[in-house]
Design a protein around this ligand. Structure first.
Ligand code: SF4
Length: 152
């Protein structure tokens, strides 16, 4: 079983109330090979919500207490992101997944790129908070782009 970002499967859970539909991921869920998850909703956020970015590093740095997750208006939401990450890890273990397909660029789900914390649209290499935690616990986390390129 593969765990996937809910927004990639077409669910309107993004901060702006939209989805990030990826047809390959939706097909996976329709064939009952994929289970949807949204770490930010699992952390306690609602949709819509303010956009947030990691300031001072990436998701691994957030887990180590060296960086914070900040909303555009300045509110520190680090603890909600960490809670969402741990709740996602619990679900991954419960289901017994080994591969996770998460939405690139998100401060939760990015697995190689995230925004740089300045809300300017610039990206840097790094993991989101959930991706960092899942990788540290031995799960293979890939983006929707890698998923399209690989065969499962
Ligand atoms: Fe999609 Fe992940 Fe953001 Fe939820 S937290 S909306 S699954 S990118």
């Amino acid at each position: 079983m593969i765990l996937v970002s809910s927004c990639l499967a077409g669910l309107e859970v993004r901060y702006d109330g939209h989805h990030s539909l990826n047809e390959n991921v939706r097909k996976l869920v329709e064939e009952n090979k994929g289970v949807t998850i949204c770490p930010e909703l699992l952390g306690g956020f609602l949709t819509p919500r303010e956009p947030a970015e990691i300031v001072g590093g990436d998701g691994g740095d957030v887990l180590d207490g060296k960086a914070r997750v900040i909303e555009r208006s300045g509110r520190d939401v680090t603890e909600i992101y960490i809670k969402g990450a741990y709740n996602t890890l619990d679900k991954a273990i419960e289901i017994g997944v080994t591969i996770v397909v998460l939405k690139e660029n998100s401060p939760s789900c990015g697995s190689s790129m995230i925004y740089n914390g300045e809300f300017t649209g610039k990206r840097i290499w790094g993991n989101g908070v959930t991706s960092a935690l899942l990788k540290r616990n031995g799960l293979r986390v890939i983006s929707e782009k890698q998923f399209a390129e690989d065969s499962f």
